[in-house]
Design a binder for this molecule. Structure first.
Ligand SMILES: Cc1cc2nc3c(=O)[nH]c(=O)nc-3n(C[C@H](O)[C@H](O)[C@H](O)COP(=O)(O)OP(=O)(O)OC[C@H]3O[C@@H](n4cnc5c(N)ncnc54)[C@H](O)[C@@H]3O)c2cc1C
Length: 393
């Protein structure tokens, strides 16, 4: 018997349609906990937490994608995500032993979840930080690899310099330093006798697109529990009166090609963006950018800056996911956060003078060269082909 048990996954949905990252998190939770239960001869559960209004029907789907139990807070006040309200309800659920006893009768000592997963998207990034503040534990953000293991740690503060084995520790890997190095983040108890303190849940937010859902299994069985949240009038001060999802002016869905540029434009930003725009126009492609470009790192004219150096065009984990027939990456190094947004493209061409750039492993054709030299050659070829293409129409 232990105070900390089970892995809770916070589910996101859009008006009752589960967003893909939630199923990806459930898949990874299932794989981790199956392995965990085998190794530690345990019977800890994957628990999906579902908030919304009129959403109970999707609980079955969550079980079919790997949850052992679904705790569903179905309430009109939860129709739209509001951070303070959701934070309160999730924190209430996380500390509720009576709920846990309904799917795990041995959890009589339960105090809080052992692990907790959130999505690293615009809702989950904020929610994870406010829930973990409420629960007074740690959080690792933007994680793309997870391992559970026993680690020997020696730390001046945490272990008073003594080697101590931390069992069942969640190793949370985070891509850092432009996406080419990993940091491993651990949420460890203080075992130093002078400052003993536990840190649970061990929690993280998970980058969309990095894990796979498990195969859908309509025969999977699980427990669905209804939870009635309690609110104070103060919680409900912010009302959502109406909601409109604005459609992006950037059209990645109907175009067959996307031409993206990154910091490789740096030597002549204005001229190089114009080259990219001309290439995109010639092949009727939409234009994408890497994340740093959206932060306007180079001075260019206002019209180019406001049209192209914008968050709406970012491709990757912090922006959009695209899957055109043709993706051309110009002056983009190929950090994993960018790759996650374009790896399902049909055919990929990269233009880059550095043959060591990771983009080389992600493309079908790697053109080793500077964009200033390569794009004009491509444009010449396209102009020469134009009459032939026109004749074929
Ligand atoms: C939490 C988090 C989320 C992130 N999300 C995203 C995301 O969604 N999308 C994203 O893109 N990034 C994201 N990043 C940033 C990512 O890690 C990289 O820093 C970023 O993708 C690098 O952008 P880049 O390829 O334009 O620049 P760089 O890495 O600087 O690469 C520039 C490339 O241009 C090449 N080059 C140089 N001169 C020329 C030339 N004349 N012609 C052609 N090529 C040239 C260089 O060889 C180099 O390969 C995220 C980072 C973090 C920490």
């Amino acid at each position: 018997m232990t105070k900390y048990e089970h892995l809770y996954v916070i589910i996101e949905h859009e008006e009752g349609k589960i967003v893909p990252v939630s199923l990806e998190m459930l898949g990874e939770a299932r794989r981790l906990m199956d392995d965990y239960n085998r190794r530690y001869a345990a019977n800890e559960k994957v628990v999906a937490i579902l908030l919304g209004s009129g959403v109970r029907a999707i609980s079955d789907e969550l079980i079919q994608y790997g949850a052992d139990a679904v705790i569903c807070a179905d309430h009109p006040e939860l129709r739209y995500s509001r951070n303070p309200v959701d934070t309160k309800v999730i924190s209430q659920i996380a500390l509720d032993r009576s709920l846990v006893l309904k799917f795990s009768s041995t959890s009589t000592e339960f105090e809080r979840p052992r692990y907790m997963f959130f999505a690293a998207d615009s809702i989950g990034r904020q929610l994870s930080s406010t829930v973990m503040t409420q629960l007074d534990s740690g959080l690792a953000s933007d994680i793309n690899k997870l391992v559970i293991g026993d680690l020997e740690i020696r730390h001046e503060h945490k272990t008073k310099g003594q080697p101590i084995v931390y069992e069942r520790t969640l190793e949370m890997y985070r891509p850092d330093f432009s996406g080419f190095l990993w940091t491993t983040i651990l949420c460890l108890d203080n075992r130093n006798p002078a400052i003993t303190r536990d840190y649970y849940p061990q929690a993280c937010s998970i980058i969309p697109g990095v894990f796979q859902p498990i195969e859908h299994d309509a025969s999977r069985k699980g427990v669905i529990l209804d939870y009635s949240p309690s609110f104070d009038p103060a919680d409900l001060k912010v009302k959502v009166l109406s909601r409109r999802i604005s459609k992006s002016a950037v059209d990645y869905d109907s175009r067959k090609a996307v031409v993206s540029f990154g910091r490789g434009i740096k030597d002549a930003p204005e001229e190089n963006i114009k080259l990219v725009v001309e290439l995109a126009r010639e092949i009727d492609a939409e234009i994408g950018v890497s994340l740093p470009i959206s932060k306007k790192p180079y001075p260019v004219s206002e019209s180019l800056s406001s049209s192209y150096m914008v968050p709406d065009r970012v491709i990757g984990t912090s922006g959009r996911k695209v899957m055109p027939l043709l993706y051309i990456a110009i002056g983009i190094s190929g950090a994993m956060q960018h790759i996650a947004g374009m790896k399902e493209s049909g055919y990929v061409i990269a233009i880059n003078p550095d043959p060591e750039s990771p983009m080389k492993d992600e493309c079908d054709i790697f053109v080793k060269g500077r964009m200033e030299d390569v794009i004009p050659l491509l444009l010449d070829e396209l102009h020469a082909l134009k009459p032939v293409m026109e004749a074929r129409k």
